[in-house]
Write a protein that binds this ligand. Sequence first.
Ligand SMILES: Cc1cc2nc3c(=O)[nH]c(=O)nc-3n(C[C@H](O)[C@H](O)[C@H](O)COP(=O)(O)O)c2cc1C
Length: 171
Amino acid sequence: METDEQREEYDKLRRRVLWTMPYGLYVVGSTDHHAERNFMTLNWATQMSFEPKLLGIGVEKQSLTHRLITQGRAFSLCTVAREDRAIVRKFTKPVEVDLTAMTLNGFPFHDGTSGAPILDQAPGFLDCTVRQDVDAGNHTFFIGEIVDAGFQADEATPVLRMEDTRMNYGG
Ligand SMILES: Cc1cc2nc3c(=O)[nH]c(=O)nc-3n(C[C@H](O)[C@H](O)[C@H](O)COP(=O)(O)O)c2cc1C
């Protein structure tokens, strides 16, 4: 029989293996289509299909972003310039919305085609409307269809990946 110690050892080992998975790092925009907007740092993102163009993101059920995507049926996935890496620490809890200045935590944004906010300083963005909510433990995997995409900086701008930071999410 497995002892508690063996189980703990395996938990630690599994976490270390999970941490070696390569990821990008993004800012996700969400809205209720009224006064609420949010930006959240996220690395669980992937393209899902060529036709239609589907994109999936894993969002914690307890988060504000989860509530807004569930209500608003939309999200944006914004890339982050490698030199802007400090930004990801600004979006780990609900933001301060200023609809007069059109800023979230002081960062200028505009509303995309889907209605979700897009970070103005993101080198690129993918704007999605939700097609499916897949229940996944303590997260929901939201699958969205891309309704708009664009560059807002030079296409060659190096984008941030998890490995450029000392952060982890997962494990
Ligand atoms: C490096 C990093 C990666 C993260 N990746 C995810 C992710 O993939 N999914 C997720 O739900 N939260 C992720 N988070 C946590 C969220 O950024 C955030 O703390 C939390 O979900 C609350 O967001 P809220 O403002 O929507 O309430 C990550 C945090 C960090 C620092």
